[in-house]
Design a protein around this ligand. Structure first.
Ligand code: MET
Ligand SMILES: [Zn+2]
Length: 771
């Protein structure tokens, strides 16, 4: 019996988000490329050392990235769109321009970034590669080979991680002006992969991990089976290299047989989300192939129930010669380590949790049970005690919350009147102009804002002083919006770090970690709260700030800003001891009470953001309906407690609408604002197919990039939108919140946006007059 212990990938940021500091320092010109390179090298070495210290027998390499692993994979095979080729493609200039856009007048460059998309159903975002009709592939970067050599030099048994060619193409999109499907280019891409893999073999790699996460999706076998067979057939010819084929985030399901039959040497199974695959896998995966048992959840923070996972492991061990104990997916989606939480979280809670470092230890422990059971007896006992303590804790259940949710009837899920009737009432009450302008909520979280918050948290700024600071920021923000001519104002969200933490801090049932950061995109990290128990709202959360903000404007409505139940759920670490739908229902009740309180305080427009509805969509179509049903229900539960005059907005930052359009309509919001600018108006296709009759604000510019959109550029988008959306229903706004931006660019961008709406009004009036 041979057993190996490893993980599919480790978080990149570092225990103290060192990578964030490294890349942001470099972007800001505060450090050199050399410093970035050296700092990153040290980070990788630290992470391998940690994995080895906890007993892993092999470490992944190439899982590190300055920005994103899909971007790395595209860059490695020379998928660099022409617009970046004027830049230095050898160093990091073109790479970072693809990641974040580049606007540098001194060198006459103004290029937007690639499109960004959610990585499967996680809150991680990847950069979408663009494949042109005349796409050429070349081995452009040796990053993964270099990192392998780095690990080897340090004495590690290392396994390069490479995004497989089929997934790379499947996750790509057709470049603008091209018409071929990315997957049509597979035959041209394969030789470059062969070159890369051969170089890894030559460098001394024994195993390569080929990630093909698209195997967790519904695939058209007629297209994908030949694709996989073609690629992996070629790879099998490379002498001396073994492949672990991985897929994660869901069952392999009907792709299992395809995966099992490929000429690879090992198959990874996500046994957290895809445990249903196991029996069949034991049948169809040939005996000579390794089974990599993904037993430790890479996406949640609960201590594994080792006894339970061991039972699964034993089943495999009993049936196979060679088994790997592994994480279910990369630990990229877990925070780095529990260490900083000691003394911050209470001991009971601490005992329930496991972050990346602890998960590494869990993997090693499970493997040791097979190879050397006596060595881990005490660890297993300790684990069993903690798992039992969580099951029995009284802090978890609040009978009142459960009863309230169970007692609801359908009236709690419906507005009092239909949209058209509400629209009339809202028009009369709000008196907005045509093409109302607004923003999505947050304004720049400047160094000053972050500093004040840090001082308040440290105790060097008193509560009153901090409040005074926030009030003054809010006032300035409202006054600026008023003066520039925006129509529906926002307070700016200066009191919030992200969209969930603020609410979690005010709700019961949540705990907060000190350093539980996970990467969201690029250098941006979020610190998801942990929902450990039944959720309730002990007091109003946003009423004071909304009331204050409204008092700063004489005659413009200020939007109340809330995060919706699905998003709070999706961006938290969620308890695994009751269905997600039930936790979401509890959150919805808390938000509902807040919405009603905002209305009582005189707030006429309330936005309940649900940017995460789309990413929460299950990966398999068979699971869509059940999810969409409860997510629509909880949004409605949260938002329908108000009168008809109150305008409910919601916001989504994605444009992949087709699959969920019916659900979006059934949210029954009065206004939706959505991402649009980065995806070439792809949204319009969905609007055309499905029709949309409520009010809508497709984003006119991308807020993920520091570049300032010109009036012409936005006006062109706005004109295109008017072909699909009735003018009376159209809003003008950016794609998303502005918290990651700086004030100078925000001011210019929004000034331009207001001008676009003003021109559109004039044009519209002229058209009406001449008609
Ligand atoms: C990711 S969606 C962001 C919405 C939020 N209201 C903001 O503006 O920041
Ligand atoms: Zn958004």
């Amino acid at each position: 019996m041979s057993i190996k212990s490893t993980i599919l990938g480790f978080p990149r940021m570092g225990s103290d988000r060192q990578l964030k500091k490294l890349v942001e320092g470099f972007w800001a010109g505060k450090s050199t490329e050399q410093e970035l390179v050296e700092g990153s090298k040290k980070l990788r070495a630290d992470h391998w050392a940690l994995q080895k210290a906890h007993g892993l027998s092999e470490v992944p390499v190439g899982d590190f990235s300055y920005y994103d692993h899909v971007l790395d994979a595209a860059f490695a095979v020379g998928v660099i769109p022409d617009r970046y080729k004027q830049l230095d493609t050898a160093g990091t200039q073109a790479y970072f321009a693809m990641a974040r856009g580049l606007q540098d007048k001194s060198i006459g460059v103004d290029v937007p970034s690639l499109e960004m998309k959610k990585w499967f159903d996680t809150n991680y975002h990847y950069m979408v590669p663009e494949i042109a009709d005349d796409q050429k592939f070349v081995l452009h970067s040796t990053k993964v080979i270099d990192e392998f050599n780095e690990a080897k030099a340090l004495g590690y048994a290392a396994r390069p991680v490479v995004l497989g060619p089929v997934s790379l193409l499947a996750l790509s999109k057709t470049a603008k002006g091209s018409s071929s499907k990315p997957l049509d280019h597979l035959a041209d891409l394969i030789p470059v992969y062969v070159q890369l893999l051969s170089q890894l073999a030559a460098a001394g790699a024994e195993w390569v991990q080929l990630d093909e996460p698209v195997l967790a999706l519904d695939l058209d076998a007629a297209v994908y089976k030949p694709a996989f067979e073609q690629a992996y057939g070629e790879f099998a010819k490379i002498a001396g290299l073994k492949y672990l084929l991985t897929s994660y985030f869901d069952r392999l399901g009907d792709n299992l047989e395809l995966a099992a039959a490929l000429p690879v040497h090992g198959i990874h199974l996500d046994l957290v989300r895809g445990v249903a695959d196991l029996d069949k896998a034991l049948e169809v995966v040939p005996q000579e192939k390794v089974i990599s048992a993904g037993l430790i959840n890479g996406r949640n923070i609960w201590k594994a129930n080792l006894e339970k996972q061991l039972a699964i492991l034993n089943k495999i061990v009993g049936a196979r010669k060679s088994v790997w104990v592994n994480s279910s997916c990369s630990l990229l989606h877990s925070p780095h380590s529990l260490r900083p939480e000691a003394g911050h979280l209470d001991d009971e809670t601490l005992g329930w949790l496991s972050f990346a470092e602890e998960k590494v230890e869990e993997v090693a422990t499970l493997a040791a049970v097979v190879s050397n059971p006596d060595s881990v007896k005490a660890k297993l006992e300790a684990n069993a005690a903690k798992v039992a303590s969580r099951k029995q804790s009284e802090r978890i259940t609040r009978p009142q919350v459960q009863q309230r949710l169970a007692a609801l009837d359908r009236s709690s899920y419906n507005r009092k009147a239909e949209f058209t009737q509400r629209q009339q009432l809202q028009r009369a009450s709000l008196k907005l102009p045509m093409f109302p302008t607004t923003t999505i909520g947050s304004f720049p979280q400047t160094a000053e804002v972050r500093k004040a918050r840090a001082q308040f948290r440290k105790g060097t700024l008193s509560k009153a002083e901090y409040q005074e600071f926030l009030d003054s920021e809010t006032r300035k923000c409202i006054e600026w919006q008023d003066q520039v001519g925006l129509d529906v104002l926002v307070h700016g969200e200066f009191e919030r770090t992200d969209m969930v933490e603020f609410f979690g801090e005010h709700l019961e049932g949540f705990v907060f970690t000190k350093k539980g950061w996970v990467q969201s995109y690029g250098s941006r990290c979020v610190k998801p709260p942990v929902i450990y128990g039944d959720v309730s709202r002990p007091h109003a959360m946003t009423v004071d700030v909304a009331r204050f903000a409204q008092s700063c404007s004489a005659n413009k409505p200020v939007k109340g800003m809330l995060t919706g139940p699905v998003t709070i759920l999706q961006w938290s670490f969620v308890r695994d001891d009751q269905p997600r739908s039930q936790t979401a229902g509890q959150i919805a009740l808390a938000i509902r009470d807040e919405v009603v309180d905002l209305e009582k305080a005189g707030i006429k427009v309330i936005q309940v953001d649900e940017p995460a509805i789309r990413e929460g969509l299950p990966l398999r179509k068979a699971d869509y309906d059940a999810y969409l049903k409860w997510s629509v229900d909880v949004f409605r539960l949260a938002t329908t407690g108000v009168n008809n005059e109150t305008q409910i907005h919601t916001h989504f930052c994605y444009s992949d609408f087709n699959e969920i359009f019916t659900a979006i309509k059934s949210l029954d919001a009065d206004v939706i604002t959505i991402e649009n600018s980065k995806s070439d108006l792809k949204l319009l296709g969905a609007l055309e197919v499905h029709g949309y009759s409520a009010e809508i604000g497709p984003g006119l510019y991308d807020i993920h990039s520091p570049r300032v959109p010109s009036i012409e550029e936005m006006a062109a988008r706005f004109a295109a939108l008017q072909k699909y959306i009735p003018a009376e229903n159209l809003w003008a706004n950016p794609d998303c919140g502005l918290k990651t931006r700086g004030w100078p660019e925000v001011k210019q961008s929004l000034t331009n946006l207001v001008a676009v709406a003003a021109d559109a009004r004039t044009n519209y009036a002229a058209r009406k007059a001449s008609a």
